[in-house]
Design a protein around this ligand. Sequence first.
Ligand SMILES: Cc1ncc(COP(=O)(O)O)c(C=O)c1O
Length: 404
Amino acid sequence: MEILKDLTTQTIIERGKKVVMNTYGRLPMTIVKGTGSWVWDSDGKQYLDFVTGLAVNSLGHSHPAIVRAVQEQAKKILHTSNIYWIPNQVDLAERLVQNSFADKVFFCNSGAEANEAAFKLARKYAKKHYGANKHEVVTLENSFHGRTLATLTLTGQTKYQEGYDPLPVGFAYAALNDIEDLRSKVNQNTAAVFIEPIQGEGGVIPASIEFLQAARALCNEFGALLIFDEVQCGVGRTGKLFAYEWSGVAPDIMTLAKALGGGVPIGAMLAIDKVAAAFQPGDHASTFGGNPLATAVGCAVLDVMLEEGFMPGVQERAAEFRKGLEQLAQKYQTGDPVRGQGFMLGWPVSKLGPEIVEACLQKGLLINCVGGKILRFLPPLNVKASEMDQALGILDEVLKTIWN
Ligand SMILES: Cc1ncc(COP(=O)(O)O)c(C=O)c1O
């Protein structure tokens, strides 16, 4: 069996097109190696990585704590079933509970699965406590919650839903940061309200504190559960361990994935005790969920992020980087302001977004574009000041030639 090693990017792409399903609009490149904020393609070219696997490699690539956790766990045991207790899973759940609003954790393998679990728990809880009619879910326009049938229905963007109907029923969509619209959609049949504290795929758009407070009040009034999807904005991305901490509004359920495993697949659904109690043995499960490898790495990731000074450092560097982006936005008069929180930043640049991404790629900087016109920056949380300067320098050079 020939191994895809030491082949040119072109050969890999040609072979891939023959055997890998065509579900992604991929850039014509591969990434085969990484260390810190840097990655290399299979032709040996080096790039500064401000995409981090879409907010996954938040401690950069080959972080020693993650490498150690993988190696040590691989030598002990990789997987056991959830029909037994898994010590690493308990360790990770304790870390999450001790550092959040939550009391209990369910582990799975991805963001979509975490949201699917949250959706199922909310319906189970609502039916148990309020009866069969309380099954509706309010979610937001422009949101993104995953690609399973339930989570793409939660996703308030029809482009992800087309061709998959009939979809699950009982969903209403409200406009982000429109309190009146949200109020008109929540009623006594609402089981849950799903919100990303910062919409990621929708264009890096933060929910306002007033909107989150209003959502909390409405959920309290109607006995609905407030669910925050922190799959992208959670686990340190915004400069606090969880994005909701910036607002002071705590949800009843929160979903995590991406950065929690630092590159090893993991998802988690956290809930307060009263809500978590709606799940009993047999109600929900996942073969791989919270297995010894994934949870060993999850513990390693959180241990680094919980070190004293780590989050203030993220906040400081992110503020510096944001200032740099704002200066460029000012210099080139790009229009709408840079937005987001911490190292989850969006820069509206009109329809030139994809061209800017392509030009940055040529110059060795990986960034990404959402909605065709918002540049999205998701650098490693431990990126160096000199690397941020390099990224800003490349952006300046690119805009000099592309803008106007
Ligand atoms: C906010 C949010 N929720 C859910 C998901 C789905 O996560 P996954 O692709 O791991 O299923 C994503 C993925 O981008 C996301 O950004």
